[in-house]
Design a protein around this ligand. Structure first.
Ligand SMILES: Nc1nc2c(ncn2[C@@H]2O[C@H](COP(=O)(O)OP(=O)(O)OP(=O)(O)O)[C@@H](O)[C@H]2O)c(=O)[nH]1
Ligand SMILES: [Mg+2]
Ligand SMILES: [Zn+2]
Length: 344
């Protein structure tokens, strides 16, 4: 790895370097910058390359670092310092990898019809679980009569949370986001369709690389213009990851993320008289006391309880499926080795 500066700009850091054996120091490492059905687009010291997804390869997603053999074939997937995943939308029982090795999550919500505090808490939980710093971006400030009052509502969720209002089409207005977009740091943009994620990517990039779309008349909903995931180097040295609009973000295996997001509620819970208090009508409930004092609103408590239940339920369903898959895999393996044995 001779050109370390170029690699650092792609997000390479000691965390990945430390995973290499001495021999592997000579192997090329590449970052996955786009994902298609059967192949990955990668970027490394030698420029862009395309890698076919073959059976037997682990689940890989945009943002991952891969080690290649000296011949340029897949060698192995490097450990991630963070991973965004969710339960696949709908009734399908499957886990979906969204993005890997993300430093900062821009949670993009528009200041018109899309604005919803409980949805923001959902994204914050995902970011906190993956160890990424969340930044709430309230877009379309030019279309909102009073952006500041909505900004204050979001700030009330957490006094330390970064919350910015922007017009994604305005270069000057987006400059305030640059501090997060430097030095090989990876920023992913997540949110509903039509909120302006790709528009923001284009403005920060200084050129229109991502297609953007108009929103539907009538319900202000987006049309799901972006369908793939992609990572872009921006002139200030950071990396922006554009993601498709999310219709339904179902959390799974997100206990810690939800607990961190609602640290106020978890702190009060610890003071309830009963250890298994459900914060309903139990006597000595410190959470209900906080509600009576006006320190907590009922919306936030229901949001917390809903996310906790949802992630627990989805984690259990996914764990069951993993166990079934494992059993099935073992059955096939036993069957095959049985056949081999009989052949001999
Ligand atoms: N007035 C105004 N329009 C915006 C702003 N941000 C985005 N738009 C417009 O909103 C529409 C949708 O923007 P996109 O960037 O395609 O939205 P997206 O979040 O990438 O949507 P998906 O790719 O479908 O997830 C486009 O017509 C943009 O021009 C903004 O801050 N102000
Ligand atoms: Mg888009
Ligand atoms: Zn309680």
């Amino acid at each position: 790895m001779s050109d370390l500066t170029a690699m650092n700009q792609l997000g390479w850091r000691p965390f990945f370097q430390q995973q290499l054996s001495l021999e592997e120091w000579e192997y090329p490492a590449v970052r996955v910058i786009a994902q298609y059905r059967n192949r990955l687009e990668c970027l490394g010291e030698a420029g862009k390359s395309v890698l076919d997804l073959l059976p037997g390869m682990p689940a890989i997603t945009v943002g991952d670092w891969l080690l290649l053999t000296p011949e340029g074939a897949f060698c192995r997937l490097l450990d991630r310092f963070g991973l965004f995943r969710r339960k696949a939308a709908g009734t399908k029982v499957a886990e979906q990898l969204i993005a890997a090795n993300v430093d900062t999550l821009f949670v993009v919500t528009s200041l018109n019809e899309d604005f919803n505090l409980s949805r923001i808490e959902r994204y914050l939980s995902l970011a906190n679980e993956a160890g990424a710093e969340p930044v709430v971006i309230l877009s379309k400030e030019d279309l909102c009569a009073d952006p500041e009052s909505l900004r204050r509502d979001v700030q009330k969720l957490d006094p330390l949370l970064a919350v910015e209002t922007v017009n994604c089409l305005d270069v000057d207005a987006t400059q305030k986001l640059l501090p997060w977009c430097v030095d090989g740091r990876t920023v992913a943009l997540m949110g509903s369709s039509g909120v302006g994620k790709s528009t923001l990517v284009n403005t920060l990039l200084g050129k229109p690389v991502q297609r953007t779309g108009s929103i539907r008349e009538g319900d202000s909903k987006g049309r799901h213009i972006t369908t793939g995931r992609s990572l872009h180097l921006i002139p200030t040295g950071g990396l922006l990851m554009d993601l498709p609009g999310i219709r339904e973000l179902q959390l799974a295996d997100c206990d810690e993320g939800v607990t961190t997001t609602f640290s106020d509620i978890t702190a009060w819970s610890a003071q309830c008289r009963f250890a298994d208090c459900r914060h309903g009508s139990e006597p000595g409930c410190a959470v209900q006391d906080a509600i009576s004092r006006g320190d907590l609103d009922t919306r936030r408590l229901s949001s917390f309880q809903k996310l906790m239940r949802e992630q627990a339920f989805n984690s259990a369903t996914l764990a069951e499926k993993r166990a079934r898959d494992k059993q099935f895999g073992k059955m096939i393996k036993d069957h095959l080795s049985d056949k081999k044995y009989r052949k001999r």
